[in-house]
Design a protein around this ligand. Structure first.
Ligand SMILES: Cc1ncc(COP(=O)(O)O)c(C=O)c1O
Length: 392
């Protein structure tokens, strides 16, 4: 949840610069191509295609828009159903609701907070047109199990990989399992350009249509490649290609992706090492990364024993000038979620985690001394927890 405008000594997020952003943006301006589909867009797409080892990546204006493109490519229509975790950002469901689909909410596993693959099969009906695993915190969902079920029922899988760029599941990159996957480069993510995203196309059958959907339903991409001598309206679509100015910014980040990951790994490990014992002794859950997953180091969260404890810890940190935040409100209990049939108790793990989860400050430039302050503040919250135990 977004905080009020109070300024904090240690904020929750600071968009990090990798170094060459402004130079590349200036290059894009000087080159005279600041609109979409310019050279920086092509460079970013090529880097992503190479690292992910996928047939095609298309930059988009956001992960939300990449999800909307996925809904268009899968021909989602009124009456269709899509299976989405209730514990996710609105866009995972909204992009499909926009096409008239009904989101069917699935609960999460209590350990990784990812979609509970054991509940998937029971939610599939003849109307199911997609399943959307979200790799929460950049830790892979149980893709072998999910793909097995989805294949058996011929349900396309779209990975919402907003958190998990470059992470791996059983040695294979997240975002390369579903027929389509989506990425976010919003300023709160690991690799950023302000607002941005990408559609990862793993099934080549979607490439040609995806290019048209992104270019307002036209075959303009073919025109740019010299494959046709004029472009025209061929399909439905919208304006989903980012300005090359943003791609220039993004390219500067992508070329330093290893350093960025290393910085974030240090921060994650520091929290983990220093909060492990405290968590164990106070019934607090910290992130679980299964052995077969290599995570993206996107965030560090704690799941407190109760809503009161979570709120009190946020207030305690705030009193020390530290901003900690929470998310997501269960989608099945939102106004829209209820209109789609959501009810209290439908996704009990989501409901508990949503009440109790708190995210600690996490950004590339978070210094070790700032992080020690955060850890120290958390450890000094013991007094409150002990007190509530005695009186509870
Ligand atoms: C899981 C998930 N999916 C999608 C999005 C939307 O990303 P964007 O802001 O790039 O549209 C977010 C944003 O935080 C997210 O957390």
């Amino acid at each position: 949840m977004n905080p009020s405008k109070v300024s904090y000594r240690i904020p929750f997020n600071k968009p990090g610069l990798a170094g060459n952003e402004l130079r590349y943006v200036a290059d894009a301006v000087v080159q005279g191509h600041s609109a979409g589909e310019g050279s920086f867009t092509r460079e970013c797409q090529a880097v992503l295609e190479q690292i992910l080892d996928v047939p095609r990546v298309l930059l988009t204006t956001s992960c939300t828009h990449a999800l909307e493109m996925a809904a268009l490519l899968l021909d989602i229509r009124p009456g269709d159903e899509v299976i989405v975790p209730s514990f996710t950002f609105v866009s995972t469901a909204n992009a499909f609701a926009l096409r008239g689909a009904r989101p069917v909410f699935i609960d999460i596993r209590p350990d990784t907070l990812n979609l509970d693959e054991n509940q998937l099969e029971s939610l599939i009906t003849s109307r199911t047109k997609a399943a959307l695993p979200v790799h929460y915190a950049g830790v892979g969902c149980e893709m072998d199990h999910i793909l097995g079920i989805a294949d058996r029922h011929h349900v396309p899988v779209v990975e919402d990989n907003a958190h998990g760029l470059f992470a791996k599941y059983h040695g294979k990159r997240l975002g390369t399992f579903g027929c389509l996957a989506t990425q976010s480069f919003h300023e709160t993510k690991n690799i950023i350009c302000g607002e941005g995203g990408a559609l990862v196309i793993n099934d080549p059958r979607y490439i040609e249509r995806a290019e048209m959907v992104r270019e307002k339903g036209t075959n303009r991409s073919r025109f740019f490649r010299g494959q046709v001598d004029k472009y025209t309206w061929e399909d439905i679509g919208s304006s989903y290609a980012p300005a090359d100015l943003l791609a220039a910014f993004l390219y500067a980040q992508l070329e330093k992706h290893e350093q960025i990951t290393a910085m974030r790994k240090r921060i994650w490990n520091f929290y983990y090492t220093n909060l492990c014992d405290w968590a164990r002794n106070h019934d607090v859950q910290i992130p679980c990364v299964p052995e077969h997953c290599e995570q993206s180091f996107h965030m560090f969260y704690v799941v407190m024993p109760s809503l009161d404890a979570r709120q009190a810890l946020i207030a305690h940190l705030k009193s020390r000038g530290i901003l900690a935040v929470f998310h997501y409100l269960p989608l099945h209990l939102s106004k829209m979620g209820r209109e789609f049939g959501g009810w209290p108790g439908q996704c009990p793990v989501t409901e508990r985690v949503s009440d109790c989860l708190l995210r600690l400050p996490f950004y590339n430039d978070l210094s070790e001394s700032e992080q020690s302050e955060v850890v120290d503040a958390v450890l000094h919250f013991d007094a409150w927890l002990d007190l509530t135990k005695k009186h509870g």
